[in-house]
Design a protein around this ligand. Structure first.
Ligand code: HGY
Ligand code: MN
Ligand code: MN
Ligand code: MN
Length: 409
């Protein structure tokens, strides 16, 4: 027994990779901060005698070494895990809570004398947030073959470095990234524990909940092109200013989403080119994140936004293009597994989530479930994100209960 607590491990994580933006954590995949955190994680896994294996896509697998009661080669594995990368200025729990809880769950299972009857592993997926290369859940998409490897290799970060270049600098051979059918074939069940990123558990007054569905969501890049010019010598009547069109477009995004109940549409990132104070931009790129439980509604929200954007662009003497960067359909987790966990965790409410997760990507290939832990702030992707110590430990105990039911059925 290591004596570690989730709270203690989270404190260690918080001290590593504290590249602070707005008081939050910024750990893009393969950054120094995330790299240091991977090293910490490998040490934690080794401390628990887990056999670590980083696969061709940078997914870190930590296997429970003890023999199993059945033919390990035949049995499908039970896996739990989450991610270590973050959004810029993110909270301390999104990703790390699932990783720390998985480590403590291993300790609890050991202390209970559990001997898994099937292979059991922890997993850490790279680039879940898509903060560096623009596609969320890149690691689990590569693992499952739900992104074209050539497209993945050519994704670029803000420095113009490709995923292939950065992966090669971080010990991966970019020639081999992509679907790993053997790894997927050995998976039987995946359970991800995650901080809740909404208010469901606050309202239910419960520490832990069970995931039922993940809203479909996608990312689109809108590029508005106008006429770059001098801020001082260009009369207002002579301007084709894409920044003005983009500003009107951001309001259009809000108004369009408001017109569709339960739709969410966000412009969280906007990039003028060239971005000089005394320069009328020649182009403005803005990124749209749109989500809804009904994928057809998401599609129509985006279509309405683009139609409106074309009108706005024309009025401002500009043009606009729309490029889809990633798309995930609404996912409903395995109802049999969900119901099984509801028996193991009596009273745990069942919740949908508007946040994407690697579990949603894996759910197309493996029986998948999620557990959520109460976040009294109801806020996420922000330093305000929070979990009470007692709820953090309750989450790890619930995860251990769920895993025990799966490992020793
Ligand atoms: O964007 C999301 O929903 C997730 O946090 N990656
Ligand atoms: Mn997350
Ligand atoms: Mn997130
Ligand atoms: Mn996630």
């Amino acid at each position: 027994m290591t004596g570690d607590t989730v709270t203690g491990l989270l404190a260690e994580i918080a001290a590593i990779g504290a590249d602070r933006v707005r008081g939050g954590y910024s750990r893009p995949v393969f950054s120094t901060a995330e790299h240091d955190l991977r090293a910490w994680y490998l040490a934690q896994a080794a401390k628990r005698g887990l056999r670590v294996d980083t696969d061709r896509n940078g997914v870190i697998w930590a296997w429970w070494p003890e023999g199993t009661g059945v033919d390990a080669a035949a049995a499908k594995a039970v896996v739990t895990g989450s991610h270590l990368d973050s959004v810029p200025g993110g909270g301390a729990f999104d990703g790390p809570l699932g990783v720390a809880s998985a480590l403590v769950a291993v300790d609890l299972l050991r202390a209970r004398g559990v001997r898994p009857l099937c292979p059991f592993a922890l997993a850490v997926f790279p680039e879940e947030e898509g903060s560096r290369f623009g596609v969320a859940c890149l690691g689990s998409r590569l693992l499952t073959g739900t992104i074209d490897p050539d497209r993945a290799r050519s994704l670029t970060d803000l420095n113009g470095d490709t995923f292939a270049e950065v992966a090669a600098r971080n010990g991966l051979d970019p020639r081999f990234v992509g679907t790993d059918p053997e790894s997927v074939a050995r998976l039987g069940t995946f359970v991800e524990l995650h901080v809740e990123q909404g208010r469901g558990l606050i309202d239910a007054q419960q520490s832990v909940g069970i995931g039922s569905a993940v809203l479909g969501h996608g990312r689109w890049r809108l590029s508005v092109s106008g006429e770059g010019n001098h801020a001082g010598t260009t009369l207002m009547a002579d301007r084709k200013d894409p920044m003005v069109a983009a500003a009107r477009l951001v309001v259009l995004v809000r108004d369009t989403a408001r017109a569709h109940p339960q739709a969410r549409a966000t412009v969280g990132r906007l990039q003028p080119v060239p971005g000089g104070t005394n320069v009328i931009a020649s182009r403005v790129d803005l990124w749209l994140d749109a989500r809804h439980m009904d994928d057809a509604v998401t599609a129509s929200v985006v279509a309405e936004i683009y139609a409106g954007a074309e009108l706005i662009a024309a009025e401002e003497g500009c043009t606009v293009t729309l490029t889809e960067e990633s798309l995930s359909a609404t996912v409903h987790f395995d109802p049999a597994l969900r119901d099984r966990l509801a028996v193991v965790l009596p009273g745990a409410p069942v919740l949908d989530t508007g946040a994407g997760h690697d579990a949603a990507i894996l759910s197309g290939f493996v029986s998948t479930a999620m557990l959520f832990v109460r976040n009294p702030s109801g806020i996420s992707h922000s330093p305000e994100e929070y979990v009470e110590d007692s709820d953090a430990e309750a989450g790890a105990a619930a995860l251990a209960d769920a895993l025990q039911a799966l490992l020793v059925p």
